[in-house]
Design a protein around this ligand. Structure first.
Ligand code: SF4
Length: 378
């Protein structure tokens, strides 16, 4: 089975954004060097899991990979090249925060082989950026994109969030229009969720921030889809849009179940049947790798769990789910369950048939995707 991707988690941030519950720490200065050494050692330790298949995509995510000082970033990339065969990598993405994207940082990327940058923009409203604890301004986003383009990076993705406290439909439309005006190749947009334990969640509990009403969030999403499509972006996954030819190959490989190797604290891997996960603890991760053991826990997935995974990921994509392939991969029982459950949503107009046996969410179905997916799961 072809190994599509390698993901490396860089769990360092300069400060914590109020809404975020990803695994990251503020310990870059103390632990950055030993962490990078551990990731390189882990790559060497686990390269056998690639089964000799060529790595097509490499993704440095976080956390904030752009926080790594350039010499450390370059050490990481060199080390990964020595530990793994990266000669067939077609897409090499690094996540960045706009305030880190200086001309010097941008200029260093092409020589490391980076050809795609994914930037956490979230909104173009400075007051909201401040409220949610982001360190950048809207003007810095514009400057960052200029810096990247001047350095020859021509594949730029930006992340946006709708439903942020204080956001109105009009201010969100302004953010979408600003994003379109900058002509990134790719846009990911997610609705805000209040995750328990985050600063934002506590602020809402204390009544310091108010949630944007559900019906306004729905309108925000509709405006996003309509405006991006008018601007020639293809809506290829519920939260992802790309100009033709710029779908994220790395993320697409998660959605179509191509195996990937995840390195670093809190990283996940999947080889087609076994899911592995590394500890969400920086020091435990480093210590175990230094002791020469893989840090991951592993769990063999049953065919029912793999079916659930396919429903959860596949139905979110514009390609949808092919019922015939479900039958081939998971057997008659699962196939009959799927057909029984999908029929109700077909009748209700939440999904449509595309071709002989492929089911795709309709525009109405996308708004109800969580409940459609829940019904289809085993
Ligand atoms: S920079 Fe990203 S990973 Fe770090 S706290 Fe903010 S949202 Fe979370």
């Amino acid at each position: 089975m072809p190994m599509a991707g390698v993901y490396v988690h860089i769990p360092f941030c300069a400060s914590r954004c109020s809404y975020c519950d990803f695994f990251s720490t503020l310990e870059l200065k103390d632990a950055g060097f030993s962490y990078v050494e551990a990731v390189i050692a882990e790559a060497a330790l686990r390269r056998g899991e690639l089964g000799g298949e060529p790595v097509r995509t490499l993704y440095l995510g976080g956390g904030t990979p752009s926080q790594l000082p350039l010499p450390l970033l370059s050490q990481l990339v060199d080390g990964l090249r020595k530990a793994l065969d990266l000669t067939h990598v077609e897409e090499f993405t690094i996540e960045a925060n706009p305030d880190d994207v200086t001309p010097e940082w941008s200029a260093a990327l092409p020589s490391m082989g980076v050809n795609r940058v994914s930037m956490g923009v979230q909104t173009f409203e400075d007051d909201i950026l401040r409220l949610i604890g982001r360190r950048h301004t809207a003007a810095q986003v514009v400057q960052a994109i200029t810096n990247l383009r001047s350095a020859g990076i021509s594949n730029i993705s930006i992340d946006l969030i709708y439903g942020l406290p204080g956001q109105t439909l009009a201010s969100w439309i302004h953010t979408v229009e600003q994003a379109i005006a900058l002509r990134p190749q790719h846009v990911s947009a997610y609705g805000l969720t209040y995750e328990e334990g985050t600063r934002l969640w506590r602020q809402r509990e204390r009544g310091e921030v108010a949630e944007v009403p559900e019906e306004v969030c729905v309108e925000m999403y509709r405006e996003l889809v309509e405006r991006l499509q008018e601007a020639s972006f293809e809506h290829y996954e519920i939260s992802n849009f790309a100009l033709p030819g710029y779908h994220s190959r790395h993320n697409s490989s998660y959605w179509d179940e191509t195996p990937y190797l995840g390195l670093g604290a809190a990283a996940h891997s999947y080889d087609g049947s076994i899911r592995r996960s590394n500890p969400c603890d920086l020091h435990q991760y480093i210590a175990r790798i230094q002791a020469g053991e893989p840090a991951c826990e592993q769990e063999e997935m049953t065919s029912y769990e793999r079916y659930d995974e396919r429903v959860m990921l596949g139905l979110r994509t514009a390609a949808g789910i092919d019922a015939e392939r479900l039958r081939e991969d998971y057997g008659e029982e699962v196939w009959s369950h799927f057909l029984r459950e999908i029929q109700r949503h077909l009748d209700a107009g939440h999904v449509r048939l595309a071709g002989k046996s492929r089911y795709v969410l309709t525009a109405d179905g996308i708004l109800l995707s969580d409940s459609v997916i829940r019904d289809l799961m085993w």
